[in-house]
Design a protein around this ligand. Structure first.
Ligand code: S3P
Length: 442
C-alpha cells in the first residue's frame, strides 16, 4: 500500500479558491509516453512528464530493460528508444510500486520481447485482479503466469504473438491497451471491442508514432508495424488531478478559478458532464490539440448544485472521479445516486467501501450500493477524521472535503498523494490565499 498509515494532514475550512493554476501532467498519458518512447526507433523528447511515484515507476521499468533516459531537469526528458523488440530483461523483478497502469500495460509490451520479465508491486497491487490481462494475452499465445492465476507477481515470456479479436468483458482502458500493445507484435490485425467507452490515449499515441490503428464503433483494430517513430510528446495537465480543484471551486462559495492546459479528451470528461447536470458553472476555453490529445483551459465559478443520477457510459468516462461525486452530492439538494460503477471496488482500494465509511465519518449521509452509492444531500460536510486507506485519490478527496467543511477534516495516511499529485497541498494552499488551509503531519 502507498503511503504510511501514520502520516496524517489536517485541512481547515478555507476561503474561496481564486486565480489561475496548472495541475500535474496526465498520469495515463505520461505512462504511455514512457512506454511508447521506449519502443520507438530513435530519440523521443517528452515534455511535461508527470514526476510522481506511479509514472516514475514506468520510466524506471523501461530503464531497467536497457532504455537510456536523459533527464534535462524538471519534467523534460529524452528517451533513447530501443526499437520495437529492443527491450532486455533486467536482472531481477521490476517493482512498479502502486501503479496499476504499469503492471497491466507492460505485459503487452513484453509480449514481443525476447526473454522473461517479472513484474511485482506493493500490497495494494498484489490484491488487484490481473486475470483481466492474463486471459487475453494467453489467448494471444503469450507466456504469462500470475500468482494463483490472477494476482501479481506476473512473469511474461515474450515470443510469437497471435492476433485475436477480443470482446473485452470489463470496460478497462488498461486491458484494452495491453492487448493493443501486444498487437504491435502479432501475426495479423488485433481487435478489441469495449463494452463501454474507455480512455483512448494508447491508440492516439500509437497512431502518432506511425502505427496503423483504426476504430469502428466500439471496436479498435491495430495492425503489426515494423517500427515506431515519434519526435516529441507534450503531456497535458491531468483532468483527474484538476478534478479536485474543480470540485473545490464549485462547492466553496465565492470561488473563481482558471486551470490551464488540461487534457479534455472526451473519454475522460464524464465528471464535467455530471457536474453540468448538477448545475455547476464550468467552461472549457482555448480548446486545441496537442500531441494528438484535446487540451483546454477550465474556468470554474462556485455554484448551487442539485442532485443527479449517474450510470451507464458516463460512469466509465468518470471512473477515477466518481468518489468526488459523493462530495458534490453532499452540497446538492436531493438524493444523488451513482450506479454502474462496480469497477470502483477494484481500484487502488475498494473505493465504494472506503468512500462510504470515510464520508459517513465526516457527517455525510451516504450508503453503499452494490455498484455505486447514494447520498442524501444538502447538509454539506461537518468534519472529522477521514481514512484514505493509502489511496491517493481518496486522500485528496478528504482534503477537499476538509476545505469545504464546517469543522475541518484530518486525513489519515495522507502522503500517498505523491502517487499522482506530489505538490497537492502547496498548490491548494496558494489558491486559497495561503494560511487558511492549515495542514501538518500528525
Ligand atoms: C487507467 C485506466 C483506468 C483508470 C486508471 C488509469 C489507464 O483503469 O482507473 O486510473 O491509464 O489506462 P481501468 O483500466 O482499470 O479502468
Amino acid at each position: 500500500m502507498a503511503g504510511h498509515p501514520e502520516s496524517s494532514a489536517s485541512f481547515s475550512p478555507a476561503k474561496p479558491l481564486r486565480g489561475s493554476t496548472k495541475v500535474p501532467a496526465d498520469k495515463s498519458v505520461s505512462h504511455r509516453a514512457a512506454m511508447v518512447a521506449a519502443l520507438c526507433h530513435g530519440d523521443v523528447v517528452i515534455r511535461n512528464f508527470l514526476n510522481a511515484d506511479d509514472t516514475n515507476a514506468t520510466l524506471a521499468a523501461m530503464e531497467s530493460c536497457g532504455v537510456a533516459v536523459e533527464r534535462h531537469g524538471g519534467s523534460l526528458f529524452t528517451v533513447h528508444g530501443v526499437g520495437l523488440r529492443g527491450l532486455r530483461p533486467p536482472g531481477g523483478t521490476i517493482d512498479i510500486g502502486n501503479s496499476g497502469t504499469s503492471i497491466r500495460l507492460l505485459p503487452g509490451i513484453f509480449a514481443g520481447q525476447p526473454g522473461a520479465f517479472t513484474l511485482d508491486g506493493d500490497e495494494s497491487i498484489r490484491r488487484r485482479p490481473m486475470d483481466r490481462v492474463v486471459a487475453p494475452l494467453s489467448e494471444m499465445g503469450v507466456g504469462i503466469e500470475a500468482r494463483e492465476g490472477r494476482f501479481a507477481p506476473l512473469t511474461v515470456r515474450g515470443g510469437v504473438v497471435r492476433a485475436i479479436d477480443y470482446d473485452m468483458p470489463v470496460a478497462s482502458a488498461q486491458v484494452k491497451s495491453a492487448v493493443l500493445l501486444a498487437g504491435l507484435f502479432a501475426d495479423g490485425p488485433t481487435s478489441v471491442t469495449e463494452p463501454a467507452l474507455c480512455r483512448d490515449h494508447t491508440e492516439r499515441m500509437l497512431a502518432g508514432a506511425g502505427a496503423d490503428v483504426t476504430r469502428s464503433g466500439m471496436k479498435t483494430t491495430i495492425r503489426p508495424v515494423e517500427r515506431l517513430e515519434l519526435e516529441e510528446v507534450r503531456v497535458p495537465g491531468d483532468l483527474s488531478s484538476a478534478a479536485f480543484l474543480v470540485v473545490a471551486a464549485t462547492i466553496i462559495e465565492g470561488s473563481s478559478l482558471r486551470i490551464e492546459e488540461v487534457g479534455v479528451n472526451p473519454t475522460r470528461t464524464g465528471l464535467l458532464d455530471i457536474m453540468s447536470a448538477m448545475g455547476a458553472d464550468i467552461r472549457v476555453e482555448n480548446e486545441r490539440e496537442q500531441s494528438g490529445e484535446p487540451v483546454g483551459d477550465l474556468v470554474i465559478r462556485s455554484a448551487q448544485l442539485r442532485a443527479t443520477s449517474v450510470g451507464g457510459d458516463i460512469s466509465g468516462r468518470a471512473i477515477d472521479e466518481l468518489p468526488l461525486v459523493a462530495l458534490l452530492a453532499a452540497f446538492a439538494q436531493g438524493e444523488t445516486v451513482v450506479g454502474g460503477a462496480d469497477e470502483l471496488r477494484v481500484k487502488e482500494s475498494d473505493r465504494i467501501a472506503g468512500l462510504v465509511s470515510s464520508m459517513a465519518a465526516i457527517g455525510v449521509e451516504i450508503e453503499a450500493r452494490e455498484d455505486g452509492f447514494a447520498v442524501s444531500g444538502g447538509g454539506g460536510v461537518r468534519g472529522g477524521v477521514f481514512e484514505s486507506h493509502g489511496d491517493h485519490r481518496m486522500a485528496m478527496l478528504g482534503a477537499i472535503a476538509g476545505l469545504a467543511s464546517r469543522e475541518g477534516v484530518v486525513v489519515r495516511d495522507f502522503d500517498c498523494v505523491s502517487v499522482s499529485f506530489p505538490d497537492f497541498t502547496n498548490r491548494v494552499s496558494r489558491l486559497v490565499g495561503g494560511g487558511d488551509v492549515c495542514w501538518y503531519w500528525l
